[in-house]
Design a protein around this ligand. Structure first.
Ligand SMILES: [Mg+2]
Length: 189
């Protein structure tokens, strides 16, 4: 048997684990609204890329007071921001009209090109950019490929279309291994 994973001690499941790790977020939080943006600005972050649907509001819902307040707060802190959505322009533009950020629609996540474009528009680099989104196989994977630190948040709306529900089942599997790996890190194993 040929073990492709060359890391010492990777063991029999090394290949699978390496495969799953590409979907691991850097942080996993309850909501985009509990992130300590002030502290992160202090750490040198200057731009935040957001997914919209189920990250900032329920899927397809308009911007609300909470989201408008968040973008005002980000501006006051000094952050650049951008909405990166795979949704169509009318949805994304209407949302942006309420929060006064900037946007890229039909972004083609997890493809890297529009993450790069987002950083160009914000004048930031992978080192100074954060990504916040609710899906592992689009949001997180794309951001990681672009070298951007990622915050996975729990989806706002529990009722989702069937293709998303199926993806969530796969996400659960990845998150199981992610949590286990985190626990091991914490325990110092
Ligand atoms: Mg989403």
């Amino acid at each position: 048997m040929i073990e492709k994973d060359a890391r010492a001690g990777a063991g029999r499941n090394g290949g699978v684990m390496t495969f799953l790790e590409r979907f691991y977020p850097d942080e996993y939080l309850e909501s985009a609204y509990v992130i300590d943006y002030e502290a992160l600005y202090g750490q040198g972050y200057r731009g935040v890329i957001f997914d919209i649907d189920n990250t900032l509001v329920p899927h397809g819902a308009p911007a609300d007071e909470r989201s408008a307040a968040l973008f005002q707060r980000l501006k006051q802190i000094g952050f650049e921001s951008l909405l990166l959505s795979n949704n169509k322009e009318p949805r994304v533009k209407t949302f942006n009209d309420e929060v006064h950020s900037r946007y890229i629609y039909k972004a083609g996540k997890p493809a890297v090109r529009n993450y790069v474009r987002a950083m160009e528009l914000m004048g930031t680099t992978p080192e100074t950019t954060m990504f916040v989104g609710d899906q592992l196989f689009t949001d997180v994977w794309g951001a990681k490929k672009a070298g951007i630190r990622t915050w996975l948040v729990k989806p706002i709306h529990p009722k989702e279309e069937i293709q998303i529900v199926l993806k969530r089942q796969l996400e659960k599997i990845v998150l199981f291994f992610y949590r286990r790996a985190k626990k091991r890190e914490t325990n110092g194993d």
